[in-house]
Design a protein around this ligand. Sequence first.
Ligand code: ACO
Length: 428
Amino acid sequence: MADTLTITDNRTGRQYELAIADGAIRSTDLRQIKADADDQGLVTYDPAFMNTAACRSRITYIDGDKGILEYRGYPIEQLAEHSTYLETSYLIIFGELPSPAQLEGWTTQITLHTMLHENIKKLMEGFQYDAHPMGVFLSTVGAFSTFYPDAKQIFDEQSRKKQVHRLIAKVPTIAAYAYRHSIGRPYVYPDNELSFTGNFLNMLFRMTELKYKVNPVLERALDVLFILHADHEQNCSTSAMRGIGSSHVDPYSAMAGAAAALYGPLHGGANEAVLRMLNEIGSVEHIPAFIKRVKAGEGRLMGFGHRVYKSYDPRATIIKRTADQVFEVTGRNPLLDIALELERIALQDEYFVTRRLYPNVDFYSGLIYQAMGFPVTMFPVLFAIPRTAGWIAQWEEMLLDPEQKIARPKQLYVGAPRRDYVALGTRG
Ligand code: ACO
């Protein structure tokens, strides 16, 4: 028997057979269901896209109940253990793990594109001395579209490839310049002899030494964090990337919008919010009172809860392990005790248990970033660097998908019915 859904419209008594494919019905199939000839047909109402698939994707698989995350079929745990961010970004964008020659070519291309145009530097110098690095980051990514007008050739494969190299390679440089700008230090040019994350640390932290010495533990920890953040299917910023990109604008403009979405405290800004929350709590004794306030609806336990994960976020497990390695080098972050105790109490508390609220990726990542010397304002930027791989892959998949068109949700109009204009002097 074919997979179908039978719907009876009690208004008319008519029956409809809708096809089910891949566990979904097509919303447009509902349009045939009409109460009368004037009816435009049934639509689905789904604020915040709680139950609407807007695309078919081959990039990232998540099972939120089981705590599974896979990129192109590979479990995140295996990638975090064995891969590098550059290899993982290749996998996410091109669909397969690279051969040794492909990885070498990819690494060379990325390394060759790390420099920024000198005018970008001037542009960045125009920001206020205390400008939030994420604001600087997303503005600069948007400004790239004026430096690379060839990026408008979105249906030219070679052109797309070039923008991919530029974006993956240049985002760490923008991020590092944004950071150095915010603390008034001179920008550090990329060092092409270092790894992707090694060079990033060099651009952030090098002072007067001729050659920056990268700590291999921190270099690897950052690489693992980048792997964990590289994609997460149709989240808020990725949907922004796809939505903006569906107008066929260039990828830099679309990515500026995606980065703006990531900036929000309910998305990539959450790790910044976690650190502020931990500082505010101040000590382990204050935790019960804080939890009480959260349960009374006076704020949220930041870094807890997820739209998709209704069990432990698999990324949080890996991050917790990485934190131990980092703290061995940097010393223990004193806020860790508060975080561990918060987690312990919350995981036993009926409020969090019944709502299936578990630590998400942001709960521990901020502690690592802080221990590595990053100010909290850099946290969303550190998220945006690796997420660039996911945004690009999802953007390209959307562009090449023959089923996609310009994104345009419907609405249910609930405002005033038609009425006539009233002259200003005669209004009550
Ligand atoms: N603290 C306290 N209560 C919470 C929390 C939290 N962190 N998260 C959800 N709840 C409660 C809600 O109040 C709601 O309770 P109710 O049913 O009594 O009204 C219930 O749990 C369901 O919450 P929703 O807001 O409907 O869940 P939604 O899927 O819309 O939100 C979100 C997901 C935004 C992540 C939410 O859990 C949250 O705000 N978490 C804190 C911010 C955060 O950590 N964001 C990072 C997400 S990961 C990422 O973007 C990389």
